[in-house]
Each structure stands twice: as structure tokens, then as C-alpha cells.
Design a protein around this ligand. Structure first.
Ligand code: F6R
Ligand code: MN
Length: 189
């Protein structure tokens, strides 16, 4: 249960979320994401010198009544590992629960997959929203030159399943192509 005092208002800035009382701060570095990337040589080379932060998020997870809302702000730093753009780990929601992403700034792609292997990629642009239906795993990729910052809102009491994505990967990847990002098949999944 969070200890945020409701009601409240805040701005869509990392500093505002960071200072929320009871906020959960998660920082993911390259060393937390090693198997996610296709180019393991590039992973090794970068880790030999540094362990960069790929993304951070600040969340208030609600675990009370069904009418509550959990929410968070995610900031994915711009950059690539080899030719593959920085991305989140990605997860399924175990119990059914939809989610809305609202893009504050930056550009990216939201990758989606069902447990049956159906996939989608949705563009993320400033001011845009993406709707993630329950049952679709979701991973966010920063394809731009600046931070990708987005708000997410989901129901309370949602368990996040990271293991399935960690074990099987995503069937699609986002790589830098000659004319910008391209969505390719993941031949390792
Ligand atoms: C919550 C949600 C987002 C992500 C966040 C980080 O259900 O989808 O708030 O948790 O963008 O991504 P993951 O959780 O995949 O590391
Ligand atoms: Mn989610």
C-alpha cells in the first residue's frame, strides 16, 4: 500500500514523481538486461567499461480496492546496444488488467505480444496514447535521440510476469536501419 496522500496533483516530470511520498524507484542498468539484446559482443564491450542506466521508473502501486489506479512515469535513456535501441524488460500482467501509456516526450515504439505469439508495434509520439489490452505483454523501445518519457496507468493488484519474457524474449526487435528504426523478427525467440 502506498503512503501517498490523496488527492494530489503533480507535473509529468521525473523530479515530481521522485519526490512523491511512498514512490517506488526502479533503475535498470545494462547488467540487469544482458540477455535482452541481440548483440552480445556489444553488451560485453560496453560492460567492460561502464554499466549504463538504460531506464528508470517511478511508480505508485495500489493494492487496495478494485477502484484504485496504479501509475508510474518511465524514462528510457536514448542510445543503442550495438544496433538495437534501449528498451524496457517487458512483462505480462498476470491477472487480467489493461493499461494506458501516455507519451510525454520523445519517440519510440511499443512492442506487444500475446502468449500465442501474435505481435504488434505501436508508434509512441509526444502527446500520443497507447492502449495495452490485458493478455498482451508490452515492451517499450526508445528510438529517438532524446529521453522517452511516458506515464502509465493500470489497475490495482496486478502481478507483473517478467519471467515469461525473460525466458522466451519478444518475437520482434527494433534495430537501427539505414533510414531509421526497423522492426525485425527475433531469430533467438
Ligand atoms: C506497469 C508498466 C510500466 C512499466 C515500466 C517499466 O504495468 O507497464 O509502468 O513497468 O515502463 O517497464 P518494465 O516494468 O517492463 O521494466
Ligand atoms: Mn504493464
Amino acid at each position: 500500500m502506498s503512503s501517498v496522500q490523496f488527492p494530489f496533483n503533480l507535473t509529468l516530470e521525473s523530479e515530481a514523481f521522485q519526490s512523491l511520498h511512498g514512490v517506488n524507484t526502479i533503475i535498470r542498468r545494462l547488467s540487469d538486461m544482458i540477455p535482452c539484446f541481440a548483440d552480445q559482443q556489444a553488451v560485453k564491450q560496453i560492460l567492460a567499461e561502464d554499466d549504463p542506466i538504460l531506464y528508470e521508473f517511478w511508480e505508485i502501486e495500489q493494492e487496495g480496492s478494485a477502484g484504485e489506479l496504479s501509475f508510474g512515469l518511465t524514462r528510457i535513456h536514448a542510445g543503442k546496444i550495438g544496433k538495437e535501441y534501449h528498451m524496457t524488460k517487458g512483462h505480462f500482467h498476470v491477472t487480467d488488467g489493461d493499461e494506458i501509456y501516455v507519451v510525454v516526450s520523445g519517440h519510440g515504439l511499443l512492442l506487444l505480444q500475446t502468449r500465442e505469439g501474435e505481435t504488434r508495434s505501436l508508434e509512441m509520439v509526444p502527446g500520443g496514447i497507447c492502449y495495452v489490452p490485458g493478455g498482451w505483454a508490452h515492451r517499450t523501445v526508445n528510438t529517438g535521440n532524446d529521453n522517452l518519457l511516458f506515464l502509465s496507468i493500470w489497475p490495482p493488484n496486478i502481478e507483473h510476469d517478467y519471467e515469461t519474457v525473460a525466458k522466451h524474449g519478444f518475437p520482434i526487435r527494433v534495430m537501427e536501419g539505414a533510414d531509421g528504426p526497423i522492426v525485425t523478427d527475433n531469430d533467438q525467440s
